[in-house]
Design a protein around this ligand. Sequence first.
Ligand SMILES: [Zn+2]
Length: 372
Amino acid sequence: MKCLLASAAAVSIVASLAAGPTYASEECPGNPDALGTSRVVAVDPATLPRVGFMQYKEMVELKPKEVILTFDDGPLTKTTSAVLETLRKECVKATFFIVGRMAKAYPAMLRQVAAEGHSIATHSVTHPLIFPKQSFDKGKKEIDDGFTIVNEILAQDGRQAAPWFRFPGLGRTAAFEKYLAERGIVAMSADFPIDDWLHRSADQVYNIALARLEANGKGMFLMHDIQPSTVAMLPRLLRTLKERGYKVVHMVPLGTPNVEVAQAETRVRVPSMAKQPATSAPPLSQPVMPMPVTAPPIPKPANPVLPESAAPAGPRADAGAAAASDPVLTSSVPLASQELLGRDNIVPLRRDEMPFSVFWPSQVMQDLRVLR
Ligand SMILES: [Zn+2]
């Protein structure tokens, strides 16, 4: 415990070195009707070592209609810059879970995300598809090196990543969670995904995002800033949040000056979307979740785990990069899709079994069963 507190304290001191983000709920240049960031909370690893109702019983306490925006797998210049532009227009702050090799490829993009006041957390180095199945030493290295890479880049501007880690594919184990906790790092899951890695249209992703939020009434979104569908639908989603009275909460590291510390909220049951009253569902122009009874054939990634050598060796020109042509994402299946396509992890779902129509790794399936 002493060790945990000591390392949490060290993290806090470091976190306070990060430039204090500005929060513009009061004023948004050029957009008087902006969604804005309504509240900022610091996440204390000592009281919230694990966060997100998708997998855990604890979550950052949110009031009704409060949402937290999180984006995984970037940075990728073309898409991430578009996401930033949308967030900027609405004066909302989010958290980005950075993949180390993407940061190496696009360091300028990472620095820009941080410079705009968003929180930076990490998401491994190579985004291994099945995190729990690798050796403990390998996993530790993925975690540690992810922070090292990101922090070396952020240090150029006197910043540092928040001590938060999201497992690739949400593939967690107790041993890795313990490792994180001992280092004062929060295992950050989420409350609901928006299925943007499943090659759905922007309209479908928008409908799924909104339906899941409305079903829960509040919560933390898991989105991907490398997905064109998310880029395309994000302006509309944020407008709708504003129209429907939702508020955006921004998480920051403990030690950020003048910020209240987040309370922990505990829940033992994740609401099933199938059990929501019909009146709580938003108007939908198409089905939210085409739900097969058995798993449809899913194309196997030709190269599911990209070798280290697939990542560029040094800094690259950022301008004009796109997922489709990017050597970092050489597989035909984007990173965010790969994480759910592990050979042993395709699980057929039934409508009455799961709140979400996605094929989660078996560990995530177990998590959700326990929590329900
Ligand atoms: Zn990911």
